[in-house]
Design a protein around this ligand. Structure first.
Ligand SMILES: [Zn+2]
Ligand SMILES: [Zn+2]
Length: 142
């Protein structure tokens, strides 16, 4: 894998890099991820603390903080979902895999919150472990 990993939003206003390999990745089937992404599941990677750097367009970042959840960061110009982080933290520790250029160097390894999976799309039979709620010890998407 080539470092840094790079990525950006759909309109190109926001560009970022990740300077360390992702720690883990997974699909999140929670209702919040369905709403914010418009899809049945969201692929998210967990980034090492301090490894995500905004290269341009930081002024376009906005935050949605759902009650009891993590901060969800998106581009205000195009709506692209980009990151998540713990409330009050300055560090982006969740990265939406769809925002990454090319190969992120990791593959989703689990499916979380499948108890809330969209009714209109079967969960793919891909052999990945499924968790009705959060994957124990992980919070990439939530
Ligand atoms: Zn944008
Ligand atoms: Zn989620």
């Amino acid at each position: 894998m080539h470092l840094p990993i790079t990525g950006g939003c759909g309109c190109g206003a926001v560009r970022f890099e990740v300077t360390a390999p992702f720690l883990s990745a997974g699909y999140c089937h929670c209702t919040r991820c369905q709403r914010r992404s418009g899809t049945a599941a969201s692929a998210n990677a967990r980034a090492e603390r301090g490894s995500v750097r905004i290269l341009q367009g930081e002024e376009n970042l906005r935050v949605w903080l759902p009650e009891g959840g993590r901060e969800k960061i998106f581009c205000v110009r195009c709506g692209s979902a980009l990151f998540s982080r713990d409330p009050g933290s300055a560090e982006y520790t969740g990265v939406r895999l769809g925002a990454v250029d090319g190969d992120p160097g990791i593959r989703p390894e689990s499916r979380a919150y499948v108890a809330y999976a969209a009714r209109w799309e079967p969960i793919p039979d891909d052999g990945l472990p499924r968790y009705p709620e959060a994957r124990p010890g992980y919070a990439e998407g939530r």
